[in-house]
Design a protein around this ligand. Structure first.
Ligand code: CU
Ligand code: ZN
Length: 495
């Protein structure tokens, strides 16, 4: 009797995620697991995919996402699944889902949330909700420190340290989340309330990760003039907390700071050579994207003006006519000075405005991408009519532009940064490689033909040349079309 598989992907070149070279092999899947990798000529598959001329790789793990609510509001998560992402790590930049009402006030304000929407009162319950309302991809969860702090202290604007009871409350929520399988804690130290948080409070958070498990992921306190101090602070927090540190969306912003990534990378290297576990992630673009309120606040406090020519509106739910327009053009239209135009935009939209800002150097993007400490994450914000293209095109852009066209990194290295490196660092131990016995999260694409179609002008486009995406053994994308399979689940740290 020939061996029977539910699915066989035949004749592809398998890049197993380890960074090693591709090898011609078939991949057999049974249920939600990879059952065999090798020559399966004698085996039959209930379903078969011919991958001749294509690469077969582990599903991409997006370590930096803000899809906490999106996976429930739009369970197909097309922006991610169509680009090969099979797992998102949510809860980044300090912004999480507990307590619930604080999360709704934050992450969900920009989304069209249906009336029938699940609720939860803790991280264990949120993980159960994810399992019950399975989206198309897997979800691993970071606990957002900022949301905990707002919840414990009565709002995001508190500029004092927490009281002893408030700190106990925050640590309690965090510990409960980590014990249920959250992959760590995140902070956002340019945002409210993270910006009012002293290092000592953050070390207290990191100690919970040191005690229970999980890493400290941080949108650090500054990515411009204060980049090096901010990286040093993050490293210190992980060191004193006794847990790994993840520097989120590693970059240097503002022309005066271009080139500083050489020094920030050196800080990471020094920490690693002392035995500390410090890594970073990156999205491959020279533009960032975030909330207008936060960058306006930081610019004003820093005494720096905003450059209206380099910033356009991604989403403004109540004044959508402004989406896609540069701040300078909006100020002209409103016949207001730039700062007043910004205040009007924020006021008209209950402060829920996101922007795209061009402020990075292409050479820095390449330097960071090349570095051994860097893995890939999108930082996608998938709402509004002109979101940053990273939510749709991060992975194909690297594979097309930085691997095939520019040769900045090899295909093997790119795959490793998208798969096993995130799986190892976020302790998702049951996936990240094409290997017998691991979860069948797989992507089939043509390295010679993949094209990224997500642009700043027209971001909501899937790539071409990536026909199949498999999540836990089920085809979520088949022949380039989303199947609406809801094959994802909540992932717990340690598998
Ligand atoms: Cu982020
Ligand atoms: Zn961030």
């Amino acid at each position: 009797m020939p061996a029977q598989h539910d699915l066989i992907i035949r004749n592809g070149t398998v890049y197993d995620g380890s960074g090693g070279p591709g090898m011609r092999a078939d991949v057999g899947v049974r249920g939600d697991l990879i059952a065999a990798v090798g020559d399966l000529a004698d085996a039959t598959g209930g379903e078969e995919i011919d991958a001749s001329g294509q690469a077969v790789v582990p599903g991409f793990i997006d370590v930096h996402s803000h899809d906490d609510m999106l996976v429930l509001v739009e369970p197909d998560v097309t922006g991610k699944t169509m680009q090969g992402v099979t797992t998102v790590v949510v809860g980044n930049c300090g912004s999480g889902v507990v307590p619930y009402q604080r999360a709704r006030d934050g992450l969900m304000r920009a989304l069209d949330v249906p009336d029938e929407f699940p609720t939860w009162s803790s991280y264990p319950q949120y993980l159960d909700v994810l399992d019950a309302h399975a989206p198309s991809l897997n979800v691993a969860v970071l606990v957002g420190h900022g949301t905990l702090r707002s919840g414990a202290m009565g709002g995001p604007a508190e500029q004092r340290p927490p009281s002893a009871e408030e700190l106990v409350q925050m640590r309690g929520w965090l510990a409960e989340g980590l014990e249920a399988g959250a992959v760590g804690v995140s902070t956002g130290l340019i945002y409210e309330p993270g910006r009012y948080t002293e290092t000592a409070e953050l070390i207290e958070m990191a100690k919970e990760c040191g005690r229970i498990g999980g890493l400290y992921a941080s949108h650090i306190r500054g990515e411009g003039a204060t980049l090096l101090d901010a990286v040093s602070e993050a490293i210190r927090i992980g060191e004193e907390g006794g847990c790994p540190t993840q520097i989120s969306h590693h970059k240097a912003t503002g022309e005066a700071n271009w080139g500083r990534v050489h020094e920030s990378l050196a800080l990471i290297e020094q920490a690693r050579s002392r035995g500390l576990d410090v890594l970073a992630d990156q999205y491959p673009y020279i533009a960032s994207s975030t909330g207008l309120a936060a960058i306006a606040l930081n610019a004003r406090e820093g005494g720096a003006g905003m450059d209206g020519e380099s910033i356009f509106i991604a989403s403004a739910p109540r004044t959508p006519q402004h989406e896609g327009k540069y701040l300078s053009a909006i100020a002209d239209e409103l016949d207001l000075p730039l700062d007043d135009a910004i205040d009007k935009l924020l006021g008209d939209n209950s402060r829920t405005v996101t922007i795209v800002a061009f402020g990075m150097d292409e050479a820095d993007v390449r330097t960071v991408l090349r570095h051994e400490s860097t893995m890939v994450g999108t930082d996608g914000l998938g709402w509004g009519s002109r979101p940053h293209p990273r939510h749709f095109g991060t992975y194909p852009r690297i594979l097309q532009h930085y691997v095939r066209e520019e040769g900045v990194i090899t295909l093997e290295a790119a795959i490793q940064k998208m798969t096993s490196m995130p799986a190892e660092q976020f302790r998702l131990t049951d996936r990240g490689y094409v290997q017998e016995g691991l979860a069948a999260d797989l992507v089939v694409f043509d390295p010679a033909a993949i094209v990224d179609h997500a642009t700043f002008e027209d971001p909501r486009n899937a790539p071409s040349g990536m026909p199949h995406v498999i999540v836990n053994g089920a085809a979520v994308v088949r022949d380039g079309e989303h199947t609406h399979a809801r094959a994802g689940r909540a992932l717990r740290r340690g598998g």
